[in-house]
Design a protein around this ligand. Sequence first.
Ligand SMILES: [Zn+2]
Length: 191
Amino acid sequence: MKQFRPLHEHAPRNARYPAEPGVSPHAEAPRWRGAWASSLARDNEAMEGGLVRCGHCGQRNRVPAAAAGTPRCGKCHQPLPWIADADDTTFGDIADAAKIPVLVDLWAPWCGPCRMVSPALEQLARDLAGRVKLVKVNVDASPRVSQRFGAQAIPTLLVLRGGQVAARQTGAAPLPVLRTWVENALAGPAH
Ligand SMILES: [Zn+2]
């Protein structure tokens, strides 16, 4: 298992880091782009151009990053997966103000384990549609959110209920482990 880099090591915004010590960023770039591209391709199955496809009837729905209540399909009224990006400016509206629990993914583009865990988190957002909102925060672009949660390594995953941390997980984990972790956090007593 790869060691996660402490946050204080990645000062420059949008910097590209080699995956392993001694490997130049240039050597890493093609692999990075490839892995990222395939992850995006998976995303696009559920979300195309800001539209979320209903898992029940296939209808495409526009889902705002922040809204009262939870998104439902305009056609069949089933809950839709809710996946949003947030940063220092928007985190309050998108995550803190959410009326359902929020699964926060503190990630960065250069972080291999983050890319590994991202599809599992999106799968959870689909499986737990209506029960949890996935909010992704790029820590390089969101120093205040990172500091607020004391994120020393990424990925750091949090379950927020009413803006309070109900559960915390550092590092990637397989989908079944994450599913149990999130469901326990949703079932536990509110903070
Ligand atoms: Zn539908």
